[in-house]
Design a protein around this ligand. Structure first.
Ligand SMILES: N[C@@H](CCC(=O)N[C@@H](CS)C(=O)NCC(=O)O)C(=O)O
Length: 216
């Protein structure tokens, strides 16, 4: 049996923190491109085979089983490698789990409607309102997280964890990193540090490049 993981993912998407974790862990993986939001029937059919919600990331694990949910993937990768996250008895474990669930529950889930507001209303004017209000809600969620976290070099202290990878990627979506910096002044230097990690330089260039205007 191969020990490789197959990642259904796409540039700049929710698969990127998972791919970053696999890269740092040195775990072998292959990417199947699956930019679901492009509405390409071939891509959608491909992704639907592994995730009936037609969402990425989705993993096919070495035993053939399927895993969805980016937060769960990141926690599982950290736990199964004993790296990139606090162990079960670590005093910061509770906060780790708290924020690893908060990011997808409070923030990432809003992108289901932001990516296509007609999912909630066919009225284009209502769509604009939905976009603006969800952008504000996302910024509020980052602000509330920032007020309740005491980062060191990284979000949970001085060790890099999958939470850092998660927040670094998700904070580039929506209103973008410039607004994130304003509402999350304690987390901002941490994500800048993760952007600049030498061990991820080639990875970011390939999977979420810092192109002109990337901070918006
Ligand atoms: N709860 C899922 C959300 C995944 C998700 O929303 N993925 C986006 C791409 S970043 C997607 O595939 N969207 C297409 C859609 O929802 O139709 C997770 O955390 O992995």
């Amino acid at each position: 049996m191969s020990d490789r993981i197959t990642v259904y993912g796409a540039l700049g998407s929710g698969s990127v923190p998972v791919e970053a974790a696999l890269t740092l862990l040195g775990a072998p993986y292959d990417v199947v491109e699956g930019a679901t939001w492009e509405h390409d029937p071939e891509i959608l059919a491909r992704v639907e085979k592994v995730n009936p919600l037609k969402q990425i990331p989705a993993l096919v694990l070495p035993d053939g089983s399927i895993m969805t949910e980016s937060g769960a993937m990141l926690i599982w990768l950290a736990d199964s490698h004993g790296r990139l996250g606090p162990g079960i008895d670590d005093p910061v474990r509770a906060q780790f789990l708290r924020w690893m669930v908060y990011v997808p529950a409070a923030i990432y889930s809003l992108f289901w409607v932001r990516d296509d507001p007609s999912r909630l209303s066919p009225d284009p004017a209502a769509g604009e309102v939905i976009k603006a209000r969800t952008a504000e809600r996302i910024l509020d969620c980052w602000r509330m997280m920032d007020q309740q976290i005491e980062p060191g070099r990284f979000l949970l202290g001085d060790s890099l964890s999958v939470l850092d990878l998660y927040v670094t990627v998700v904070s580039r979506w929506g209103a973008g990193r410039r607004r994130f910096r304003e509402v999350a002044p304690k987390m901002a230097p941490v994500v800048a540090r993760v952007d600049a990690l030498p061990e991820l330089e080639a990875f970011w260039a390939a999977r979420f490049p810092f192109e002109a205007g990337w901070e918006r």
